[in-house]
Design a protein around this ligand. Structure first.
Ligand code: ADP
Ligand code: MG
Length: 320
């Protein structure tokens, strides 16, 4: 199979068909027609084998996750997904692998309304790069820099599941059964909070998606907004699977430092709290208030009124 046939067979007409795509895969460039009064939000993420994903990761999950991690960046800005390109490097052409990969990619793209409009196909060590484009009403994008003293800190979903799933896959935790399967699925199929992100526009003061772990990612908000934060670790949302699989203290460590949850963390002024909670409930996503923005550029973790230090634990998550 030649490169040209790979593109035709696996990557032409993938994702959602969109009326704003004038010319898709097949020419030197794609042509798209952005909506009026909108800014284009652009983000790019690369997944390299043995760095960002295990060599035995199922191809379908990899296809899905490559799209999901990019969608998560759009969600964090409050943008609506629109178009993407795919640069894929493969050591050889394995049709069964490509079939499953393109299925996973297509499932995510179709569900979230993204059209695959172009890309590049090359030979080499396995690596996937997606550049995603979304649209957001001018001046309404959520950024990392808007948090203010007194704002409440929220997260969507539950935390730490993906990291515990990865630890199970790597044999660092010996767990089996339904809970283990659930955690592994959260690692393979994270849910980008696309609708939740859009519902935060006009309400949240700042937002970020959790790719590297809460402690690390909240640091970006503190730095860009020039504020501090207090987080009550007992408020961190934990899944039932997490609670029944490991001790509470270890669950807190996963929730605080585990990567790849792709949940949203955002801040809200007191005046918008009610509207925000209503809006998120309409988006159908669970959320938890975990702390408050303060002055002083530091993150303080609290438990029952005292400073909390996460226990040391042995895994390093994959994302660099
Ligand atoms: P060029 O040499 O002009 O870069 P290519 O032969 O690389 O053209 O690609 C031909 C067409 O197929 C282009 O429209 C390109 O965007 C698209 N394409 C190539 N690889 C992919 C891919 N993996 N996914 C989607 N579209 C692709
Ligand atoms: Mg090319």
């Amino acid at each position: 199979m030649k490169e040209f046939n790979v593109i035709e067979r696996f990557f032409a007409e993938r994702g959602q068909a969109r009326r704003d795509v004038e010319l898709s895969v097949g020419d030197d460039c794609a042509l798209v027609n952005p909506a009026e009064h909108k800014s284009i939000a652009i983000s790019c993420d690369t997944l390299v084998e043995n760095v960002h994903f295990l060599a035995d990761m199922p191809a379908k999950a990899l296809g899905y996750k490559s799209v999901a991690v990019n969608l998560s960046d759009l969600a964090a800005m409050g943008a609506e997904p629109a178009w993407m390109t795919l640069a894929i490097t493969l050591p050889n052409i394995d049709e069964a692998w490509l079939d499953a990969f393109s299925q996973g990619l297509n499932d995510a793209a179709e569900y979230y309304g993204v059209a695959l409009v172009g890309g590049d196909t090359t030979r080499g060590p396995k690596s996937i790069t997606i550049t995603i484009n979304g649209q957001v009403p001018k001046g309404k994008a959520l950024t990392r820099s808007g948090a203010n003293n007194g704002d409440w800190i929220y997260v969507t979903g539950t935390l730490g599941d993906s990291a515990l799933g990865l630890a199970i896959l790597r044999g660092e935790q010996t767990l089996s059964g339904d809970a283990a399967q659930y955690l592994i699925q959260r690692h393979y199929y994270p849910t980008p909070r696309v609708l939740a992100g859009q519902s935060l526009r006009n309400l949240a003061s700042s937002a970020i998606d959790l790719s590297d772990g809460l402690v690390s990612d909240i640091g970006h908000i503190l730095k860009h907004s020039n504020v501090g934060a207090t987080v009550d670790v007992d408020q961190l949302p934990l899944s039932a699977a997490m609670r029944e699989s490991v001790e509470y203290e270890q669950a807190l460590s996963y929730a605080l430092t585990g990567g790849e949850d792709y949940e949203l963390l955002f801040t809200v002024p007191e005046s918008q709290r009610g509207a925000l909670e209503t809006s998120l409930a309409h988006a159908g996503v669970s959320f938890a208030k975990i702390g408050q923005i303060s002055t002083g550029n530091k993150l303080r973790l609290m438990k029952e009124g005292a400073t909390f230090k996460p226990i040391n634990f042995s895994f390093e998550h994959f994302t660099s």
